[in-house]
Structures are given as C-alpha cells and as structure tokens.
Design a protein around this ligand. Sequence first.
Ligand SMILES: NC(=O)c1ccc[n+]([C@@H]2O[C@H](COP(=O)([O-])OP(=O)(O)OC[C@H]3O[C@@H](n4cnc5c(N)ncnc54)[C@H](O)[C@@H]3O)[C@@H](O)[C@H]2O)c1
Length: 196
Amino acid sequence: MLISVVGAGYVGLVTAACLARLGNEVRCVDRDARLVAHLRRGELHIHEPGLAELVQAGTADGRLTFDTDQAAAHGTSFVILAVGTLDEDGNWTSDLARALSTRGAQLALYDPTGAARAQAMLESEGISAATAASAVAACRDADAVVVATEWPEFHELDWTDLARAMSGRVVFDTRNVIDAPAARAAGFDAFVLRAR
Ligand SMILES: NC(=O)c1ccc[n+]([C@@H]2O[C@H](COP(=O)([O-])OP(=O)(O)OC[C@H]3O[C@@H](n4cnc5c(N)ncnc54)[C@H](O)[C@@H]3O)[C@@H](O)[C@H]2O)c1
C-alpha cells in the first residue's frame, strides 16, 4: 500500500518506519528541510530503540522516502497527519491561561516539546507565563496544577514528590491521564475530567 505520513517527529517517524517495515511504500513529509536532509542520510533526531535500523533499512530498500513537498502525499492511499497540534491544545490552554491570568494567577508551563511555543503565543497576547524544565519544577510552590495534555510521563508523576514541591494540594486533570488514586493517596484533591 502507498501511504504518506505528514510530520517526521516522534509520532510520524516511528509510524512511517514501522509501516515501511511492514511492506508498505511510505512517503514521509516534513516542512523542516534540515530534518529531511538528515533523515535522508539516516541521521535521526530522536532516539527510540530499533528506530535507526528501521529507518536505514526502509531508506535503503526504497520503501521509505522523505520529502519537504506535501505534493509527495498526492495519490497515496491514505495520509497520516502527525504534525504538532499546538499543541489545538495551545488554543484552549491559551483560553484557560487568559482566564486564570485575569484572576491574578501566576502561571508556570511545562510541556516536553511545546512549552516555549505556548509561552511565545501567550506573551503575544500579553499573558506572562514562565516555563519550567520538568513537571515537578513547574509545580514548585504552586497552589494548583492543571494537566492539559496527554504525555505518558504525566501518568508516571510521583505525587509524593509533587506534594513536597507544591504549596497546595489540588490537581485538575483535563485529559484523564494522571494516576488519580496515587494523587489522592498523596493528599491531593484530584478532579479528573473525562474519567473512564
Ligand atoms: N510524542 C508523544 O508521545 C505524543 C503524545 C501525545 C500526543 N502527541 C501528539 O502527536 C502529534 C505529533 O507529536 P510529535 O511528538 O511527533 O511532534 P514533533 O514536534 O516531534 O513532530 C512534529 C513534526 O511535524 C512537522 N510539521 C509541523 N507542521 C507541519 C506541516 N504543516 N507540514 C509538514 N510537517 C509539519 C514538524 O516539523 C515536526 O517535525 C502532536 O499533535 C502531539 O501533540 C504526541
């Protein structure tokens, strides 16, 4: 099958390499020309066990190709979109940040990939927000924490550590990603939207 994957980041590159390994012809498109040049040479910007080998094998046998031109996706059986969703998430996070900020909240942001972009977007709207290098750092001295995106590491948060780091004991999980029983065991009031 002829498939295109748009976005060669963590999600897209792994998807493209695995689909090629399964025998499909995969055209992987990314707007980042430097990234595409590296990938064509088999040089990866991310580390996942076995991924480099899959990419190199797919590139060598011609089943996996990289391109900057979205026209490469034309005529494929289907297109997998694996681009960032600002992080969509960023828009509603921006609404939330604006609402909190106008009520006097001080904001600290953490996201493994999107924090700097979210900060720039908020600052362009006159909303000041600090970024932090980790979830624990973002929560330091905080009264409350809002989980607004679904990174796997947020399921692994050590709520005992967070209880020590924070001033308050309130968490709002808008993505149903945290280990709510663990948070409650550590003394948090945990409010989970979309609870299963
Ligand atoms: N990585 C994860 O574990 C994870 C977890 C939850 C959700 N997600 C979601 O999956 C999506 C992809 O995440 P990721 O980690 O692969 O992101 P990433 O930032 O690693 O990769 C996204 C890639 O898309 C490319 N891109 C952006 N816009 C493009 C466009 N218009 N045309 C072509 N290429 C474009 C970027 O250059 C980048 O290389 C995001 O929406 C993210 O929120 C990822």
